[in-house]
Design a binder for this molecule. Sequence first.
Ligand code: C2E
Ligand code: MG
Ligand code: MG
Ligand code: MG
Length: 281
Amino acid sequence: QSKADGKGRVTRFSQDIAERLLAQKSLEADLREAMSLNHLEVHYQSLHDTQTRQVKGFEALLRWKRRGLDFVPPPDFIPVAEKLGLIDEIGEWVLRHACQEALNWPSQLTVAVNISPMQVHSGNIANRVLSILSETGLAPHRLELEITESVLLEAAESTLLTLHQLRQLGVRIALDDFGTGYSSLSYLTTFPFDKIKIDRSFVRNISTRANASSVIEMIVQLSTELGMITTAEGVENEEQLRCLQIMGCSQVQGYLFARPQSAHALLLQAPNAVVARSQPV
Ligand code: C2E
Ligand code: MG
Ligand code: MG
Ligand code: MG
């Protein structure tokens, strides 16, 4: 009896693995296909001045519309792209699209692009960014590159050199998802970031948990002292916004203002209208 149970369990277990491997294989095949068929899209989410609510720029967020299915969330396919060695190509594609798109917006608006750690470590990101800037003609100061802390864990010397090269081009560097993972305060002094993005896990609890709001307050104060601006991610309600206003956080981003939307949808509203509409009502 118990033997049969055990065997059944083993079989189920290996079926599970087989199914997962199959799913993985088809994900890989589909991702390669998506690139050649143009099934990738860049969507944009606005960033706002915390006090005035005015739009300051947009973050580019990659979307994959998988064969008639729903959008695949980036955390599900970016690791696959990294594993397949496709991330440089995809990352460059996003960068080019985003820079091109920003030319359709009022010139005071910035565009932020997420950069995978693998792109930073590949060693030629600064050259790629430089050529995309000259290809598109976007002013470097309008481009912001978002990197995560995990970038700083590896190859410290060459990573710092790369980040300095990027900064010398005139683009800005933001530290994304700050406060999660392997966060260390030393990262804030290791490299002169232009912006710190406070992870939404803190913002979620800002008005209900004293420790979450203390952490945000500390990050805002420290960043300000170090000459960096702060953006709070995942702002979903007025209560959270009010707290961030009191704390002096520079910018906010979240569903309270807008969800990520296609470039087309954005332009239909006309960027000037987007700017005007974002004023307090
Ligand atoms: P991220 O850079 O931290 O982007 C913010 C994520 O939070 C986005 O998820 C956005 O849709 C979501 N978000 C924004 N406001 C709210 C809110 O109020 N509430 C909630 N619950 N969520 C909100 P998304 O688009 O699924 O992207 C997830 C992550 O995938 C990004 O996190 C980024 O790390 C990565 N990613 C996206 N596009 C790219 C890309 O082109 N290249 C690379 N390397 N990574 C990307
Ligand atoms: Mg980001
Ligand atoms: Mg983030
Ligand atoms: Mg995130």
